[in-house]
Design a protein. Structure first.
Length: 324
């Protein structure tokens, strides 16, 4: 599947940028970019692709996406003429790398951004409050925009009304910050899942715990057994290889840590409701892009063509771009 790199309008002097679109077509390819993105959709329904997650959204959607995690929203054809609005905030991690933002006051926000490597969907009252704040950001000016932006991130970082979208294995560099021992366990699994043998006793020994104690400890933090979590990571990585490489199913199977193709196909169908080949073919079709409809030429270019190019159109018919 061809994944395109978006050249965002974010510039060095910016803290973040806001893109406020009204009744725009969702005419863009599956893409990624090095910036974080908080995307709010109001007034339409369709399909959302984020990493190896493909879901329907209904009338409203709010998702925080980490750097380089590919994504795309589609709108149902029957709703193309309905009134709808999309507000997107894009910003870089560099913003939070200064000593000021390393203070304990911002620890929840830093964890939020770390967890965004799997993409986080917000719902319930969190959605309502965040949507109101994002609309306010499009109307405010000056320093108040910075204050409200931090308040927005604080709201999201404190919310429990969340759902991860991409699976653990799809972003294997992401190690949750839930405590030192669980980080060690996560780190071991995410570094070794591609090996044919990953034994629970090895991880337990690493933490100086019995197998029984480790099993209870691991399930308490992940709500999954060790073997279930390992399968999820391997399936997630397999999805990544199917979408981002030309490896055949046998290569994907062994490079994801499975011992034989038959077992891999069986587990993949169990957890993804389709075979690996069907998964690749389905997402190839979803990634199709009609270039004749591209509203902003030069906004998206194939990732392998990225050098030092800076491409962003200055004219938007229905999109306001606000630099903060």
């Amino acid at each position: 599947m061809q994944i395109y790199r978006e050249i965002t309008p974010l510039q060095d002097p910016d803290v973040y940028v806001i893109l406020d679109s009204v009744n725009n077509d969702f005419d863009y390819p599956i893409h990624n970019h090095p910036e974080f993105e908080l995307n709010l959709v109001m007034g339409c329904s369709g399909t959302r692709i984020v990493g190896d997650s493909t879901e329907m959204y209904y009338l409203q959607d709010l998702v925080l996406i980490g750097p380089y995690l590919f994504h795309k929203w589609d709108i149902d054809k029957s709703q193309e003429f309905n009134q709808h609005r999309v507000i997107t905030i894009q910003f870089k991690m560099d913003l939070f790398n200064s000593d000021f933002f390393r203070k304990s006051l911002f620890s929840k926000i830093r964890k939020l951004l770390q967890d965004a490597s799997r993409a986080i969907k917000f719902h319930g009252n969190t959605f309502n409050r965040a949507a109101e704040m994002m609309i306010g950001l499009t109307e405010n000016t000056g320093f108040s925009r910075m204050v409200q932006f931090l308040e927005l991130l604080d709201l999201l970082s404190s919310s429990r009304e969340t759902t991860f979208l991409a699976s653990e294995g799809f972003s294997p560099h992401a190690i949750p910050s839930k405590g030192n021992r669980i980080q060690i366990a996560y780190g071991y699994i995410l570094r070794n899942f591609h090996k044919k043998t990953v034994r629970i006793e090895d991880v337990a020994q690493l933490l100086n715990m019995s197998i029984s104690a480790f099993s209870h400890f691991f399930k308490k933090y992940t709500n999954k057994s060790f073997s279930q979590f390992l399968i999820d990571v391997r399936i997630g990585h397999a999805c990544k290889l199917l979408l981002e490489t030309d490896e055949d199913v046998r290569q994907v199977c062994y490079n994801s840590g499975f011992n034989n193709v038959a077992n891999f196909n069986r587990l993949f169908k169990k957890y993804r409701s389709c075979t690996p080949l069907e998964f690749r073919r389905r997402d190839l079709e979803k990634g199709a892009f009609d270039w004749t409809k591209q509203v902003t030429p030069g906004q998206f270019i194939p990732s392998e063509n990225i050098k030092n190019r800076v491409l962003w159109p200055s004219d938007f018919s229905t999109t306001r771009v606000m630099h903060v």
